[in-house]
Design a protein around this ligand. Structure first.
Ligand code: PLP
Ligand code: COI
Length: 372
């Protein structure tokens, strides 16, 4: 086991890197990288940074991936004071490894932290954590087309205390998981279940934060979707049940035949970085982008009249995946059957992944190099 003390980009933190003595062999790793699926295989190391009310952020470490020991009274287990992020590391043709707009994930994690009364991890620590982990686990970044290393930063209340107040002891972690397509069908158009029984988040709630509770709240609705043969669930607004919000783990976008991209605006959905990037790429193509309230009736009527020609889901895990149908027991909106070569959604996907994998010029300066 080797211990290196590496100076961090930021002056005040010194990283301790301890190699995993039981790291996978090259042959074991190659086997796991063949068909990793999504979120099932993990690399050899993880990042751990402590925070305390008195000491601030301290003791940044890269160590062997493995169980986290928690006091049974740790606040997160009782009051769910937890946030996370999701982004990917992409291998380019020259072997270098890059991330896509990690500053945006860092900023969103800071917004989530404010909502959950957690400490904000400075952007430079966040980005340094990605670089430190990829430095030791670079061999885990897949080479195959459309595969990547999914990076999962998270932070939670570790203090053992049952009183309800923000924890005085918190840890930030980063784990990584080689990933293929999120949906087993790849980019086969999705069937989406429209949830009218459950909502995900409401006005003034935590919908804009990337916190476990929002996903816990989506699980029964997602289970209903699976039972009905759908891959994802769409939530409507909690107040009226009239307006589109988002899917369990993705944003939703509609495209019109007169080159408009329409996506819901709401204070209870996650501000997607994939969505923001797609809005920019569509603007560059001369599309008008409308982020505003969008009712279910507008979607239904737009498809009926032929104005709305495509719908898709977007997010880090899903990238861009077309939607074939939105349905429940009372409603069915079936999207027109468009050939793949004519789908604007797939051409946007091609451009976005082209930038991420270094095949298309990064004209907006979105890529950050993690390792040479
Ligand atoms: N909405 C939800 C609920 C999500 O979980 C995600 C995925 O992270 C998104 C939207 C899309 O966000 P992003 O594009 O930043 O991954
Ligand atoms: C992501 O896309 O990063 C997410 O967090 C969504 C989740 C469904 C995996």
């Amino acid at each position: 086991m080797t211990i290196n003390l590496l100076p961090m980009a930021t002056q005040d933190l010194l990283w301790q890197v301890t190699r995993n003595p039981a790291a996978k062999t090259d042959a074991e790793r190659a086997e796991l990288l063949k068909d990793p699926g999504f979120g099932k295989v993990f690399t050899d190391h993880m990042v751990d940074i402590c925070w305390s009310e008195k000491g601030g952020w301290h003791r940044p470490r890269v160590q062997a991936y493995g169980p986290i020991s928690l006091d049974p009274a740790a606040a997160v287990l009782h009051y769910a004071q937890e946030i996370f992020e999701g982004l990917k590391a992409y291998r380019h043709a020259d072997g270098s490894v890059w991330s896509f707009r990690p500053d945006q994930n860092a900023a969103r994690m800071q917004r989530s932290a404010r909502r959950l009364a957690l400490p904000e991890l400075p952007t430079e620590y966040f980005i340094e954590s990605l670089k430190q982990l990829v430095a030791v686990d670079a061999a885990w970044v897949p080479n195959q087309d459309e595969a990547s290393l999914y990076l999962r930063p998270f932070m939670f209340a570790k203090e053992a205390f049952l009183g309800v107040r923000p924890a005085a002891k918190v840890n930030y972690y980063l784990i990584a998981s080689p990933a293929g397509a999120y949906f087993s069908g790849g980019i086969t158009p999705l069937e989406i279940w429209l949830s009218t029984k459950f909502t995900r988040a409401g006005h003034g709630g935590m919908g804009q934060a990337k916190t476990g509770g929002n996903y816990a709240s989506s699980l029964v609705a997602q289970a209903e979707a699976y039972e009905n043969g759908c891959q994802q669930v769409l939530f409507l607004d909690a107040e009226e049940g009239t307006y589109l919000e988002e899917l369990g783990g993705m944003n939703v976008v509609l495209l019109t035949r007169d080159k408009k991209l329409i996506t819901p605006d709401s204070d209870s959905i996650l501000e997607g970085i994939t969505l923001a990037s797609i809005m920019q790429l569509a603007t560059d193509r001369g599309y008008t982008v409308e982020q505003r309230r969008v009712s279910l009736a507008e979607w239904r009527d737009g498809v009926e009249s032929g104005d709305i020609v495509e719908a898709f889901a977007c997010g880090t895990a899903a990238v861009i995946t077309p939607i074939a149908v939105l349905r429940n027991n009372d409603i069915e909106i079936r999207m027109p059957d468009v050939a793949d070569v004519d789908r604007v959604s797939l051409s946007l996907r091609e451009e976005l992944t082209g930038i991420q994998y270094g095949r298309v010029a990064d004209r907006h300066g979105w890529l950050v190099k993690l390792s040479a």
